[in-house]
Design a protein around this ligand. Sequence first.
Ligand SMILES: NC(=O)c1ccc[n+]([C@@H]2O[C@H](COP(=O)([O-])OP(=O)(O)OC[C@H]3O[C@@H](n4cnc5c(N)ncnc54)[C@H](O)[C@@H]3O)[C@@H](O)[C@H]2O)c1
Length: 352
Amino acid sequence: MTISAKRAPVRVGVVGLGRLGKRHATNLAYRVPGAALLAVCSPLDDELAWARDALPEPRLYAEYDAMLADGDIDAIWLVTPSSLHAEQIVAALAAGKHVFCEKPLSLDVAQCEHVLAFAREHPELQATIGFMRRFDPSYRDAYEKVMAGKIGRPFMIRSQTTDKNDPEGFFVRFAPNSGGIFLDCTVHDIDIARWFFGHARATRAYAAGTVALHEGLRECGDVDNGVGVVEFEGGRLAVFYASRTMAHGNDTHSEIIGTAGALSVGHNPRASRVEIYDESGVRNECTPTFFDRFEEAFLHEAQAFAASIGARGERGASGSESAGATLADALEATRIGLALREALETGTPVVL
Ligand SMILES: NC(=O)c1ccc[n+]([C@@H]2O[C@H](COP(=O)([O-])OP(=O)(O)OC[C@H]3O[C@@H](n4cnc5c(N)ncnc54)[C@H](O)[C@@H]3O)[C@@H](O)[C@H]2O)c1
């Protein structure tokens, strides 16, 4: 990616320094040439202490509103609980800031629509949702092959997001604000399916799920393993699987099946190209977490966002897809994720 040396870097404020926020902040501070990490915000003292030690002297904010009032910040980078995204995006746009926000846009369709309506009034500002899988080199290669017609007409996608089991129960504590397994995990597979299907409209959703290990999830109506089937217009189908209980690691992979061939992305979730030959046979170690699998994608996503804002200054506003998933994409992903959740809860298919 070439970034004009003359462009001033986009000055970013990262909000939320938890599991993923620390990663984004580190990328923006050290690995994104078009961005400068100007400030961070967290309500927790220990997270601000981490920022003081690990980052190059960012301004520290304990209050989101105080950060929004900082006139030196060009873009807000939200890595906060999903239940806060919609209101925080609107507040950032109202303060005249570009926004990057982690997925999902919201856990509620009406809130998503409100964000879209508000953003339409601010076409000069970029608002992107972090479906980073679109920036993974292998997914992008597969996408370009599909767009070039290499597998004919894609009509079927099988895609899974499965996490390594965490006996400490992080997911149980995380669940009340995550929207459940389909909005938290499958939302990525939904976005990939829509991307490969040329944004086809979903028409019906079916779902089933089970609690295999984490009984605590029942309290908020969640499961630790879920399966969904979504029909799209034009006779296209997607089958999704999400899990919190894998023994071997984060195993995220997808297959795209077309009328003249098929593509598989990440079918062997190997951590590296090393193969181990021992008394168990021949094997690879697996990527332990989503971040190990998608480290490059998170970086490319940040670089693309910074480049897109820099380019806006030169060519004016645009909804260029190269910057990542749009608010409209994210609204559809939430709509489909919620339909899967409803299908799981009611045991009946949901017409979209
Ligand atoms: N793209 C991906 O694959 C991926 C992976 C993991 C998480 N995520 C998303 O990232 C977001 C954060 O997830 P996480 O795992 O880092 O969660 P986390 O619980 O580890 O971190 C949340 C952070 O938000 C901060 N926070 C809470 N309330 C706040 C407020 N009012 N103002 C400012 N900060 C506040 C917390 O202090 C914490 O730093 C979620 O929306 C999640 O869906 C995306």
